[in-house]
Design a protein around this ligand. Structure first.
Ligand SMILES: Nc1ncnc2c1ncn2[C@@H]1O[C@H](COP(=O)(O)OP(=O)(O)OP(=O)(O)O)[C@@H](O)[C@H]1O
Length: 465
């Protein structure tokens, strides 16, 4: 059986290109039977495949002395095999409390960050975890019952970035049998928070029932189904990336605009994949299915509707576009500042400057970011602030007053851009809709004596904000 297991392992890693000869692999060992077997099998193949192996263990300090015993067990096992072992401990509860995330989420974040940091420091190629075919079957059912798109039905990915799951071909029984035949010891219940109530219910109640009454090979069947969905998902993702080129009208660091009408032309599962791929490709984040649904619901809601995708990624429904935007750009532009004629005011997002100039230095041009005003008509202290509903002004060249909101609609300024518009105010009157239009009352005329040149320049958004 042991030989057969190792052969199937080899076949699986070759067929799916998970491991190549001379790979340097970090093996994530919790101490449970799966990861103990994974390390053992990789160690068996070490010289044949010329692998370099190290072990990584994260002590989450979640189960008191037991956690420390897991750590000692893993260290001892690795040293018996002559493999270096790296351990990191951190109070996971504290970490999750401070970040306001669930223990499961926080533990995962800490663990995978540690593995990746170790990989970079050691210059290794891959990180192997020991998820098995039962984990995969349970994940598929969980996702199906909770509601999921194609990605969820694809189950646990065999490979994601540098992470590989080479034990996905084996069922839990087979792994336990291997351990038994090789006389391997392991820690029982060393997993972190894998056994959530729902997963446990599926494992202990549902799957045995299905196995007894419908299909004794349900684990293998679900794994095959997952494989089909995984290939389908890969195919659609490939197509989605092409479609993004067509539906995204503007792409720059920190902001993506997707044309709603164009997106609507596609079937739902393609729309879903476009949203997922946009977020993964341009923002390097992941999104769960429930949130994908909410994003797609925005398409049918009123302009201005919005939602948070993650702590700092925001999506907004504009009149024409779905706008994905990094939060800082949107929110940190709340502005209310006192500025004095002749002074400069600068933030991370824009520069406002003003200087007194002579009549002969006035250069009229079509650049709306530079204007000249009659300095004798303004106060000594001006206010630079976000525009607000109810604001009005007299646009240059016009006689009557105009509501700023109407002015912005006429200019077809997208909803998300509107939020960032600033006005320069003097004694309750708007002098300038910065970067757009001067107020007629403050323009320079033949009788103007003192001229103030005003400029407003937004700054490009820094990458990866
Ligand atoms: N504390 C740990 N230290 C090292 N490796 C771990 C640890 N916990 C889990 N692993 C690795 O991850 C595999 C899966 O573990 P587990 O099922 O507990 O994780 P999970 O809760 O399903 O989360 P995830 O899918 O994010 O890994 C283990 O077999 C092991 O390879």
């Amino acid at each position: 059986m042991v030989k057969d297991f190792i052969n199937r392992f080899k076949e699986f890693i070759q067929k799916n290109k998970l491991i190549s000869p001379e790979d340097k692999i970090i093996v994530a060992v919790s101490g449970g039977v799966d990861s103990v077997v994974l390390l053992d099998v990789l160690n068996e193949l070490k010289s044949q495949l010329k692998l370099e192996l190290i072990v990584a263990h994260f002590n989450h300090k979640l189960r008191g002395a037991e956690s420390d015993e897991d750590e000692n067990f893993v260290k001892k096992f690795a040293s018996e095999l002559g493999i270096e072992c790296y351990v990191r401990s951190e109070d996971t509860k504290e970490y999750c409390k401070s970040k306001k995330i669930s223990i499961q989420e926080g533990a995962r974040e800490l663990r995978y960050n540690f593995f990746e940091t170790l990989r970079l420091i050691k210059g290794f190629d891959k990180i192997a975890t020991a998820h098995n075919a039962n984990d995969n079957a349970e994940t598929v059912l969980l996702n199906l019952f909770r509601g999921s798109g194609i990605n969820g039905l694809a189950g646990i990915q065999m490979k994601r970035g540098n992470i590989i799951r080479p034990l996905l071909f084996a069922t839990r029984d087979e792994i336990e049998e291997y351990a038994y035949e090789k006389g391997l010891t392991y820690r029982v219940d060393s997993s972190n928070f894998k056994t959530t109530y729902r997963r446990n219910y599926i494992r202990l109640n549902l799957l045995p029932l299905i196995s007894e009454n419908i299909n004794p090979g349900i684990i293998e069947t679900l794994n095959r189904t997952a494989q089909i969905f995984s290939e389908l998902s890969e195919f659609i993702r490939h197509e989605a990336l092409k479609i993004i080129k067509f539906v995204a009208v503007e792409e720059n660091p920190g902001k993506i605009l997707i044309d709603i009408q164009r997106l609507k032309n596609y079937l739902f599962f393609i729309q879903e994949s476009v949203i997922i791929s946009t977020i993964e490709t341009f923002f390097n984040e992941r999104i769960d299915f429930a949130r994908v649904l909410s994003v797609l619901n925005l398409i049918d809601s009123t302009p201005g509707s919005s939602m948070m995708i993650s702590k700092d990624l925001f999506v907004y429904r504009d009149r024409q576009y779905l706008v994905f935007i990094r939060k800082p750009e949107l929110f940190e532009t709340e502005v209310f500042a006192y500025v004095h004629p002749g002074e400069k005011y600068e933030t991370d997002f824009f520069v406002f400057s003003s200087e007194f100039v002579k009549k002969e230095d006035v250069q009229f041009n079509r650049n709306p970011q530079v204007e000249y005003i009659d300095a004798e008509l303004i106060a000594d202290e001006l206010i630079l602030r976000n525009w607000q509903p109810g604001d009005w002004f007299i646009p240059l060249g016009m006689k009557g007053r105009k509501k700023l909101s109407d002015f912005l609609i006429d200019l077809k300024i997208p909803v998300y851009e509107k939020r960032k518009i600033l006005v320069l105010e003097s004694e309750g009157k708007i002098v300038w809709v910065c970067g757009f239009r001067l107020d007629d009352r403050f323009k320079i005329t033949d009788s103007t004596q003192k001229i103030l040149k005003i400029e407003f320049h937004p700054k490009p958004i820094a990458q990866n904000q």
